[in-house]
Ligand binder design. Structure first.
Ligand SMILES: Nc1ncnc2c1ncn2[C@@H]1O[C@H](COP(=O)(O)OP(=O)(O)OP(=O)(O)O)[C@@H](O)[C@H]1O
Length: 213
């Protein structure tokens, strides 16, 4: 599978709002993200960054607004094809090996035809860990395994929730290299941060979320 880039505007959001118990978490928000662009979603703890990414990924339902992907409404199949979500929790199967996890995830979400699982493990620095069980990995190694899954994904839009968390300096540079290569390849990324970490050194725009009351 190659990356389906059908429009230079990959994501368009109008009037998007989300509330819990009738209290607004964020919004209404209007923004767009184009191919080759990173949007830095910045805000303090509790400002709604994770919630926004989960809404965009279709894991939570918005109260208001529209989300379009490639100019079309973000229906579940379109979302599944277009979006790869790197969440706080690694989403790995603890009792499967590193290789088994990647085979499982590629089976579910597809795989870029230009990348092998072995090459992705080399990219993220996990060569030699193929047979290690996910539960035996450190937090940073689990993050690297999740990054390998992202690297293998054919989806053009990466939603990255605090991708630098748990990573050492080399890991932070790895994330930056991955984002840059993904953008060069016609993809786009949303990256959350509370400003404590480096931002990817690419064409970046800023979406600032207010602190929750
Ligand atoms: N499952 C939940 N149930 C109820 N409230 C929640 C839930 N998850 C998050 N919240 C609340 O929603 C608000 C936004 O949370 P969110 O996790 O989106 O913030 P964030 O900006 O990602 O924070 P952080 O920087 O700490 O990761 C917070 O006030 C939080 O307490």
């Amino acid at each position: 599978m190659s990356r389906p880039v059908s429009s230079s505007t990959l994501l368009e959001v109008h009037n998007l709002g989300f509330s819990r118990n009738e209290l607004p978490v964020f919004g209404p928000l209007d923004f767009s993200v184009s191919a080759g662009e990173a949007l830095l979603v910045q805000g303090d703890n509790g400002s709604g960054k994770t919630t926004l990414l989960r809404v965009l990924a279709g894991l939570l339902r918005a109260d208001s607004g529209e989300i379009a992907i490639g100019g079309q409404p973000a229906e579940p199949l379109r979302r599944a094809r277009a979006i790869a979500y790197l969440g706080h929790l690694p989403g790995l199967k603890a009792d499967l090996s590193v290789l088994e996890n990647l085979h499982h995830l590629c089976g579910l979400h597809g795989q870029r035809d230009t990348q092998s699982i072995e090459s992705a493990l080399a990219v993220v620095g996990l060569s030699g860990y193929e047979d290690a069980l996910a539960r035996q990995l450190s937090a940073g190694q689990k993050k690297r395994l999740s990054l390998a899954r992202l690297w293998l994904s054919p989806a053009p839009l990466w939603l990255m929730d605090e991708p630098y968390a748990n990573l050492d300096l080399e890991g932070i540079e790895l994330v930056n290299r991955m984002v840059r290569a993904h953008l060069d390849d016609g993809g786009a990324s949303l990256v959350t941060t509370h400003g404590a970490y480096a931002a990817p050194p690419v064409r970046t725009r800023l979406l600032e979320l207010g602190k929750a009351a």
